[in-house]
Design a protein around this ligand. Structure first.
Ligand code: AHG
Ligand code: MN
Ligand code: MN
Length: 337
């Protein structure tokens, strides 16, 4: 399903966008070339995972106490080694590194701060289900030659200058925004290029799908339980019941939500008062994309992009998707519905 009126590669698209900004230095264009190169390398590893026998668990535990899969580590290393020498970045933060990732002193520092989840949906790696890479980009706030500090990474999401994800599914898709709409590119391995496949994505105002892990029902608040039950009831206007869709790869669930509408929710629960997803490198980039497509992203109370992160790996509840659906969900959460 191609939704474009012209054929254009991602590289050309980025370069042309830059031409619209006369003062642009070309650094962002160069950053995107490097990042999409890393994405191609990760896609190659994902495609060959079974063949190379790299599927499976390592013995290492990541900073969240979860067992890290080999591909998570490979993807993490690919991004770090593709980006740390380019002179575009000042610092990075990854789901797989407890601390900030500083630029080695032998390489020049740049002005950007990259936050990323190298592989999202890792429980799906072994079963050939879609996984992805999520990133957000900020400008450095600290100055000087010294290493960057936490303030560079702990910026509220509205300060992102770009955000996006790559999806390693039936095809490899790269979706990004620079705050001027959302565009998607599909990788064509026969010509070795990402090609524009959806231009100016807009999320429907209301969808037919809800996406949440219902195995957690017993842990949910009564308000959220009531909302999900409501979505499953038949309504006279024919809008309900909604259909359930849950892949368990946040990036894939949100890709579907972006294109088809509806709501994705990972709420707080009795065991996890801040939910599961990470604010800095999962919620914020996804929230920027969804807002840019005309949708909403909240933690149930406040806009995700307005939250001030306190640490790199902090979690946040996430309710994101079509405007109507997220507003209705919030009405249930605050007891007005
Ligand atoms: P990651 O693989 O980077 O750790 O992220 C997994 C996340 C996210 O992709 C998904 O939305 C969520 O975990 C699924 O969690 P549950 O298995 O608890 O539903
Ligand atoms: Mn993740
Ligand atoms: Mn991950």
């Amino acid at each position: 399903m191609i939704k474009v009126s012209r054929f254009i590669t991602l590289d050309n698209f980025i370069t042309k966008q830059e031409n619209f900004h006369p003062g642009a230095s070309g650094e962002f264009t160069s950053f995107m070339h490097d990042l999409t190169f890393a994405v191609r390398l990760i896609a190659r590893e994902v495609r060959r995972a079974g063949i190379n026998d790299i599927i499976g668990l390592t013995d290492e535990i990541n900073v969240h106490g979860e067992q890290v899969k080999k591909l998570d580590m490979i993807a993490n290393e690919i991004i770090i080694k593709s980006m740390n020498h380019t002179g575009k970045l000042a610092v990075m933060a990854s789901e797989e590194n407890e601390e900030l990732i500083q630029i080695p002193s032998k390489y020049p520092k740049g002005k950007y701060v990259l936050v990323f989840d190298p592989l999202d949906g890792s429980s799906n790696i072994d079963v050939n289900v879609t996984i992805g890479t999520i990133f957000g980009l900020y400008k450095r706030v600290s100055t000087g030659e010294a290493d960057c500090n936490a303030d560079d990474v702990l910026q509220p999401g509205y300060k992102q200058i770009a955000a996006g994800y790559a999806l390693y599914g039936s095809s490899t898709v790269f979706v990004y925004t620079t705050g001027n709409g959302v565009n998607a590119f599909t990788y064509d391995p026969t010509v070795g290029e990402f090609i524009l496949s959806y231009e100016g994505i807009t999320i429907p105002d209301r969808g037919k799908y809800y996406s949440t892990n219902e195995g957690n029902t017993y842990k949910w608040s009564p308000e959220f339980k009531k909302y999900i039950n409501y979505l499953k009831e038949k309504s006279y206007d024919g809008f309900r019941p909604y259909s359930a869709r849950y892949i368990g790869s946040g990036v894939a669930d949100i890709h579907r939500t972006l294109l088809y509408g509806g709501i994705f929710a990972y709420p707080a629960d009795i065991n996890n008062p801040k939910g599961k997803l990470r604010l800095v490198y999962e919620c914020n980039p996804l929230a920027m994309l969804v807002e840019q497509a005309g949708g909403l992203a909240t933690n149930g109370k406040d806009r995700i992009l307005d939250l001030q992160p306190e640490n790199i790996h902090e979690r946040s509840p996430l309710f994101l998707g079509s405007k109507y659906d997220v507003e209705e969900c919030m009405a249930f959460l605050n007891g007005t519905k």
